[in-house]
Design a protein around this ligand. Structure first.
Ligand SMILES: Cc1ncc(C[n+]2csc(CCOP(=O)(O)OP(=O)(O)O)c2C)c(N)n1
Ligand SMILES: [Mg+2]
Length: 378
């Protein structure tokens, strides 16, 4: 008897329309949407370069995990979600905390994302922040805003996301849960356990893998033996899509396909977004990374800046003239080379407001250190 015989039929996931160019979700986006998407890319980039500058000036403590060159993954994954959908960002995804549900309402404190004030206060370690200076910057979340708390344990958020999706289904909800992870996380056993469970129970968990080709000092070829990471999905009988992580509209297309699929109750999806880590693992690793990654590899990986790729797409869509595209030129520049004039003024003002709030916010009282460790009385 062949080991493959038996009564169970092989699970076959619906084929994703990776080659179908006639029905792209991006083609339904209005000009206003597309310009907002470009602005959100600027916003994510400006957050990153501004924090690098603030840290160099000695205004910040803690490690900075740059999302430079990976912004299209954040914006493209989040833009089409419903407010009640859940997201689970990790260390490299700081802008995701304020980009969730930001579409046209950055300043609305009621929206289903953290405000720029809360996120900046978290980075500055102040009491006006969700974490109240008790932990690393990126270790924030909000149950009320449907953001799963990030942790240091790589892949640790995927089982949590699976549990959130399971609970939502039991409560007859229609939310999808989007987890963002580096490709390094996928070597954890819990990655397999969580996705296996989600696929068996057809839970709406969309796992975005930001494949930036490095996990700290470990390159892709020492992380997995497949050509495309997305093929791991085959082992769970679920779709595994590949997106161009530099192209916000390609990420959006793959994400919207996955959202439709998962929301319809068909189960989880993995989306591998191919990109490249711009700097070291964190700013403490920049000098070492310059030695363990050959310069030609870094130049190649950063050649297609997501802001430039988006502008080109908008020109082709007829939503931007070449003159308008040249108005702000942040692309291709490191934090040290870029100035406020390279960004739309509203982007700079938005961050200014967050930073002003953070700086003015007090540090927590010393008595707080012993609070929220054990169950509080009353
Ligand atoms: C379970 C676990 N193992 C190791 C670490 C230490 N660590 C933190 S980030 C990191 C590399 C992560 O690489 P990747 O998942 O590709 O994300 P990237 O930093 O490239 O965005 C490692 C090894 C950890 N936090 N958790
Ligand atoms: Mg990585």
């Amino acid at each position: 008897m062949s080991p493959n015989s038996g009564t169970a039929t092989a699970v076959k996931a619906e084929a994703p329309p990776e080659t179908d160019q006639s029905r792209r979700p991006q083609d339904a986006l209005t000009k206003e949407d597309c310009l907002e998407i470009l602005k959100q890319l600027y916003l994510a980039r400006y957050f990153d370069v501004r924090l690098i500058k603030e840290k160099k000036r000695g205004h910040l403590r803690g490690t900075l995990y740059s999302s430079h060159n990976q912004e299209a993954i954040l914006v493209g994954s989040l833009y089409g979600l419903q407010p009640n959908d859940w997201v689970s960002p990790i260390h490299r995804d700081m802008p995701a905390f304020f980009l969730k549900d930001a579409k046209f309402k950055w300043d609305d404190r009621e929206r289903m994302g953290l405000s720029i004030e809360e996120v900046c206060a978290q980075v500055w370690g102040k009491s006006g922040s969700p974490g109240r200076a008790r932990d690393n910057w990126s270790h924030i979340g909000s149950r009320a805003k449907h953001i799963i708390h990030s942790t240091s344990m790589l892949a640790g958020t995927i089982p949590t996301a699976t549990g959130v999706a399971y609970a939502d289904r039991l409560n007859r909800g229609d939310a999808v849960v989007v987890t963002l992870n580096g490709e390094g996380s996928t070597a954890q056993g819990i990655f397999h356990e969580a996705i296996n469970f989600a696929s068996i129970h057809k839970l709406p968990v969309i796992t975005v893998i930001e494949n930036n080709q490095w996990a700290y000092g470990t390159p892709n070829e020492l992380e997995y033996a497949l050509e495309d990471f997305a093929r791991r999905a085959d082992g769970y009988g679920i779709p595994g899509l590949i997106a161009d992580g530099q192209d916000v509209f390609d990420v959006y297309d793959k994400m919207m396909w996955a959202v439709d699929y998962s929301r319809a109750g068909k189960g989880p999806v993995i989306i591998e977004c191919k990109t490249f880590r711009a700097y070291g693992h964190g700013d403490h690793d920049d000098d070492r990374a310059a030695k363990y990654r050959p310069k030609p590899e870094v130049d190649e990986g950063r050649k297609r800046d997501p802001i430039a790729v988006c502008k080109q797409a908008l020109i082709e869509k007829g939503f931007l003239t070449p003159q308008e595209a040249n108005q702000w030129m942040a692309e291709g520049k490191n934090a040290a080379e870029v100035s406020n004039d390279d960004f739309p003024p509203e982007v700079v003002q938005y961050l200014d407001r967050g930073i002003e709030f953070a700086v003015a916010s007090p540090v927590p009282e010393p008595e707080e250190a012993a609070r929220w460790v054990f169950k509080e009385n009353g």
